[in-house]
Design a protein around this ligand. Structure first.
Ligand code: ZN
Length: 159
């Protein structure tokens, strides 16, 4: 007797859970947009690169300071949409203190998530999963990936 009720409830519970997660992710993006982490200029960056996303008008200037193989400090400045700025803020938070190999791994996983190849299930991405919804919005991919494209260039250009 309880079976039909359970079946009726399950999809609703899943929908509610999905809606909660979407709201949580949205909140996280807006929080990084309003209170960006590691925003500003480094005094002596090893690498300082600037890129634009002309489709949306986003600009990011990413600055990296290495200590041997480790990213000792990462900062950014820029302007643009909430997705581009939140993504840059999350990048700096996530990559500070990581090795180059770890940074390359996170870069790869994040890029695959944005392209929808990874799904939202890659738990190793942590808070970065807040941007997983962008996978369904190809026009916003350049916004989400702007800071990460700079990181990719920096990791290659660093001798
Ligand atoms: Zn944008």
């Amino acid at each position: 007797m309880s079976a039909p009720d359970d079946q009726a409830r399950v999809p609703n519970a899943q929908d509610a859970r999905r809606a909660n997660i979407a709201a949580l992710y949205q909140e996280l993006i807006l929080d990084h947009y309003r209170r960006p982490r590691n925003r500003g200029n480094l005094e002596h960056p090893d690498i300082s690169l600037r890129k634009k996303n002309p489709l949306c008008g986003d600009v990011i200037d990413l600055q990296l300071q290495f200590d041997g193989d480790t990213l000792r400090d990462v900062r950014f400045t820029g302007e643009g949409c909430a997705i581009s700025q939140a993504s840059a803020s999350m990048l700096t938070q996530r990559l500070k203190g990581r090795t180059r190999a770890e940074a390359a791994e996170i870069l790869d996983r994040f890029t695959r998530m944005v392209h929808g190849e990874e799904g939202a299930a890659d738990e190793s991405l942590g808070d970065l999963r807040a941007l997983s919804g962008v996978a369904r919005l190809p026009v916003r991919h350049p916004c989400a990936l702007l800071a990460w494209d700079i990181l990719a260039e920096a990791l290659v250009s660093r001798p």
